[in-house]
Design a protein around this ligand. Structure first.
Ligand SMILES: Nc1ncnc2c1ncn2[C@@H]1O[C@H](COP(=O)(O)OP(=O)(O)OP(=O)(O)O)[C@@H](O)[C@H]1O
Ligand SMILES: [Mg+2]
Length: 612
């Protein structure tokens, strides 16, 4: 399929305008066309008051106020008396103009909708593309619900601003300019009474601009937080129920929601004051024009037709001038939404070091004095280890000692800092390997496997284009074959969101099959057998042994039996390796490993006794 995304490749936007320009790529032509048709619509709207004015003068036989061109047309139609006897001609002209206006309105709406939908599509595609390229550290600090709120509410806010307010801006500017020109043409002095409205409304809007902006910023941020709470609670509904926390979570949501509603009401109050003020200014201006205009008309400075036309033009500008105020207030809100999207779009993407290259030929792995912290506390402390190519190694350690962190670093999910030591594969620092290449060659079964709401087979071949035979082979090695055969739908069994319809062990084995099918030269299993029974564990390990000596396998487990047959075992404590060697060597050493072995053996015997 053609790649529709116009990728920005992680480029930074120096200001709001440059980002909007980027988002509008592909929809500019629709924007221009909608502006053209909205301007034509204005012209038709403006012609009508003139025709009504001329009709009044014509009926009252005040022919001097009517231009010669129109009188010429009257003559061609059959003369003054004929036209006076057939006033329907004027109605017909008014209807024809209204019809042309309606056609313009329809075309404008059509191009406007096309522009809006293209714009939204481009914004969402770009945001999604950006979000999936942002590093894990960014995702650790930003909540999913908030990101989704930005991609929905804020995107809609910007769309509405551009499609409604921006096109209207052109319409209003043309409407106001032409109406003033027509009014000035009718009466040079009265027009001054009319235009005083503009600076007053614009000035008031500018005063309110900052107030509305900061009120909306609070509302929008709070909406993001509310979405994050809702998203987290709905995703974790099982935990909420299991711990009987429905009431607590409901109250927490209600409090947040109440706060959000309060902020919204506060903003509406500011907007309400602003609108009422605009109405009062508009009303005062209308009264002034009406009275001063009546004075000029009575004095004989202008005809009755001119007075009517002037009032009609004045009424035409009151709405757009008030709209101008609205546009300024919407601009404050759109600015907030643009900034919230710019926060995502300008976040630094995960990127390769300059000159990073292909994956090396050999797969021996070296951690040299690696020190790493997520925040301020070191998780890995000067950790060093060597894994030979094709070896199967085990990593053992208490919870929170940094085992998963070690693997996340090896897979390039987080980066080691400049002076935090080095990790090399085949002698090449992983910083000098393209991240895509690294991940293509390092297969990782995460501690908490994540499955997608698709079929089992689709989940297994999510990262590769494999045939069914390959899927079956991986499934067999992962000891999942029998389980699948018991499902009515077999490989087509639909896996609920995050794998909710599968048991913990089934999920783990699906994740193992998903990694096995990729046949990567390095395979990592992060506590991936914790949810399977000892027998299945042994069967999977035997399967792993058969995948070939050229594969480097790293097994992490709390269970000694899972790793005891490995070529080499590393015991990790306080973020560094405290013991290493084969099972026999470590047993002879009589240290930490031996202690854990004795503990687990005793527990195993106890369990067996219990069973007997
Ligand atoms: N994304 C993260 N942000 C901040 N701290 C983290 C993050 N991930 C892990 N940690 C912290 O780093 C430490 C090591 O975590 P890690 O997941 O590597 O432990 P582990 O050895 O795999 O534990 P377990 O056996 O329980 O899986 C923990 O104290 C944890 O709180
Ligand atoms: Mg872990």
């Amino acid at each position: 399929m053609k790649n529709k995304i116009n990728p920005n490749k992680g480029k930074r936007f120096p200001n709001r305008f440059s980002m909007i320009r980027f988002f509008m790529k592909g929809s500019v032509r629709y924007f221009v066309l909608s502006v053209v048709f909205v301007c034509l619509l204005v012209l038709f709207e403006l012609v009508n008051p003139k025709i009504i004015g001329y009709t009044v003068d014509f009926v009252t036989r005040n022919f001097d106020s009517i231009p010669a061109l129109i009188m010429g047309m009257v003559d061609r139609l059959g003369g003054v008396d004929y036209c006076l006897a057939n006033l329907w001609i004027f109605s017909l002209i008014v209807i024809a103009i209204a019809l042309l206006g309606a056609i313009c309105r329809y075309t404008f709406r059509m191009f406007n909708s096309l522009m809006a939908e293209h714009l939204v599509e481009h914004m969402r595609d770009s945001l999604y593309e950006q979000v999936i390229h942002l590093p894990f550290t960014w995702h650790d600090n930003n909540r999913t619900g908030d990101i989704i709120q930005r991609a929905t509410s804020d995107v809609d806010m910007i769309k509405n601003f551009i499609s409604d307010q921006m096109t209207n801006l052109f319409r209003m500017v043309i409407l106001i300019t032409l109406a003033i020109a027509f009014m000035a043409n009718i009466h040079g002095k009265l027009v001054w009474v009319s235009v005083t409205l503009i600076p007053v409304v614009v000035g008031a809007s500018l005063i309110f601009h900052a107030k509305i902006g900061s009120a909306f910023e609070k509302v929008d941020t709070e909406e993001g937080k509310l979405s994050a709470i809702a998203q987290e609670n709905i995703s974790g509904l099982r935990v909420v129920r299991a711990f009987g926390r429905e009431r607590y979570e409901r109250d927490r949501f209600e409090t947040k929601n109440e706060h959000y509603t309060g902020l919204w009401i506060k903003m509406m109050r500011i907007l309400g004051t602003f609108w009422t003020m605009n109405d009062i200014i508009g009303g005062a201006q209308m009264t002034a024009v009406l009275s001063v205009g009546a004075y000029f008309a009575v004095k004989g400075d202008m005809s009755a037709g001119d007075y009517v036309a002037f009032l009609a033009y004045n009424a035409t500008i009151i709405w757009p001038v008030r709209q101008l105020g609205r546009t300024i207030s919407e601009l404050s809100k759109a600015g907030v939404s643009i900034d919230r999207l710019m926060y995502i779009m300008n976040s630094e993407r995960e990127k390769d070091a300059p000159g990073a290259g292909a994956f090396p030929e050999h797969c021996d792995i070296d951690f040299k004095n690696v020190t790493f912290a997520y925040t301020d506390k070191n998780v890995l402390n000067n950790l060093s280890l060597h894994i030979g190519e094709g070896q199967t190694v085990g990593i053992l350690g208490g919870t929170g000692t940094g085992k998963s962190t070690l693997l996340a670093l090896l897979d390039g999910l987080y980066d080691v800092s400049e002076n935090g030591g080095s990790i090399t594969i085949g002698g090449v620092d992983i910083k000098n390997i393209r991240k895509s290449e690294l991940r293509k060659n390092v297969g990782l079964v995460l501690q908490e496997p994540y499955l997608f709401s698709r079929s089992l087979e689709d989940n297994i071949k999510i990262a590769v284009d494999a045939d069914h035979e390959a899927v079956e082979k991986a499934v067999e090695t992962a000891s999942l074959k029998e389980t699948i055969s018991r499902f009515n739908e077999g490989y087509e069994t639909y896996v609920g969101e995050k794998g909710v319809t599968l048991s913990g062990g089934q999920k783990q084995r699906t994740a193992i099959a998903r990694t096995l099918i990729r046949k990567t030269p390095i395979m990592i299993f992060d506590d991936s057998l914790s949810a399977v029974d000892a027998q299945t564990d042994a069967r999977i390990r035997a399967g792993l042994m058969s995948i070939g000596r050229e594969t480097t396998v790293i097994l992490i487990s709390h269970r000694i039996t899972t790793i005891m047959n490995a070529d080499r075992i590393f015991v990790i404590e306080d973020g560094h390796i405290c013991e290493e060697g084969s099972h026999d060597e470590l047993m002879k050493l009589g240290g930490r490993y031996r202690h854990i072995f004795n503990l687990q053996s005793a527990m195993g015997e106890e369990a067996q006794d219990g069973q007997e």
